[in-house]
Design a binder for this molecule. Sequence first.
Ligand SMILES: Nc1ncnc2c1ncn2[C@@H]1O[C@H](COP(=O)(O)OP(=O)(O)O)[C@@H](O)[C@H]1O
Ligand SMILES: [Mg+2]
Length: 469
Amino acid sequence: MSEAVIRPAAGYESTRPDLLASLDPLLRAWLPRQRWFAGKGRPVTGFSLVASTELLPSGLLHLLVRAQQPTVPAQGEAAPGPGDCYQLLLGFRRTLPPHLAPALIGHPEHGPLAGYAVYEGLHDPRVATLLLERLRTPGRSGVLRFELAPGADIPGGLAPRTLGAEQSNSSLVYGERFILKLLRRVVPGVNPDLELPLLLAREGCSRVPAPAAWCTAELDGTEPLTLGVLQPFLAGAEDGWELALRTLAKGDDFRAQAHALGRATAEVHAALASAAPTVSLGPPQREQIADAMLERLRATAQDVPMLRPYVSSLGAAFEELRELPDTDDLFAQRVHGDLHLGQCLRTADGSWNLIDFEGEPARPLAERRKPQPAVRDVAGMLRSFDYAARSHQPWAPRWAEDCRAAYCAGYAAGGGGDPYAYPALLRAFETDKAVYELLYEARHRPDWLPVPMAAIRRLADASGGPPHH
Ligand SMILES: Nc1ncnc2c1ncn2[C@@H]1O[C@H](COP(=O)(O)OP(=O)(O)O)[C@@H](O)[C@H]1O
Ligand SMILES: [Mg+2]
């Protein structure tokens, strides 16, 4: 991946020369077991320290470490990179109280932490509380910079709890009023999950919780890295995926919700289009999009043989992108980038919020921050309705079709333009998404392969004809 290289922070080696060496065997066993560890399936052969900051002189160490892993040489992949950089918050105590036993990482045998129990700090209310205190007061601690949004009002003393459902990040909820999302695999540059909600807040968009405080690392020779974002917690909100499954289980209609979701998406898109630069989607841009999609299709077909019979008809859908007219309403803008039902929260008053603007974490940051056709997000949601309908037994294809139509109608009603105005564009993005899903399921959840495969078949059939909706 073409991420900029993160260099070690100056001045570290002189202060704690053997810290990392003493933690090395502990982290080697612990890190690969973490859900957010991105390098699954490849052994960790060593660590290098990027930065260490003591946030609590006798109890909390903030580390940025790079995990060295031999890369499996994939097609077209360059020489092994320097390894992913992770953010760790290590607690250390002489004796670990019983309630923290499950958080134990280990006991270093030598080095500055010899004689201490080292543990996952986020599970310790004392550590979590300190972190919130640090976020409430802007300024620097070592390489870390803490910033507060203008006018942010964060009370002290909010009781912390961890959020169970962690995926690629770790979150803490404070007093049911704020949620702190800590990024785990970090790369240079502002994370869109901070950048876009900040832009949206300035734009007056109320569909996205506004960042209240955040933390970045400032390292020599690279752009600041986003480490964590604190935002209001939407207490009692239910995510769209849970709600959709519950609706399906009861045999209820979801069209009104899907319509409202379409409207919310259009509002967020409109705000993003006015808050960040847009670029026209002329022939060269469309050419580039079609080429990249075609490339992903071919590469996926190499790995997933069941895709092969459909490559030529799906490829034809991408070719159609080249023939679109040149009009002002075809443009690229900043988008959500990973929109699906699980990224939409419905609050108690029935309104929809969108969260998690990180984009697809597996893609390089520079790519995630590029303007893209808004229809990419629409396609993501359409695929998500399909997934929901497929997780219900028996399969509910009609439910998905109704939701898809209602969502697009809501999107158009919200001023976002009719997603069906350029069927070739929508079909291309839906196809690209289904191809991505196919690769993901083939690698991680083979039981789910029928879901993207059904879409692949439908999209291959629709290629050349009118869109299926
Ligand atoms: N502002 C919020 N209010 C309430 N719950 C939230 C909020 N932000 C995130 N969550 C909860 O945390 C989960 C994970 O957050 P998300 O930003 O999507 O992180 P991830 O990158 O791990 O998917 C969400 O699915 C949601 O349940
Ligand atoms: Mg998410």
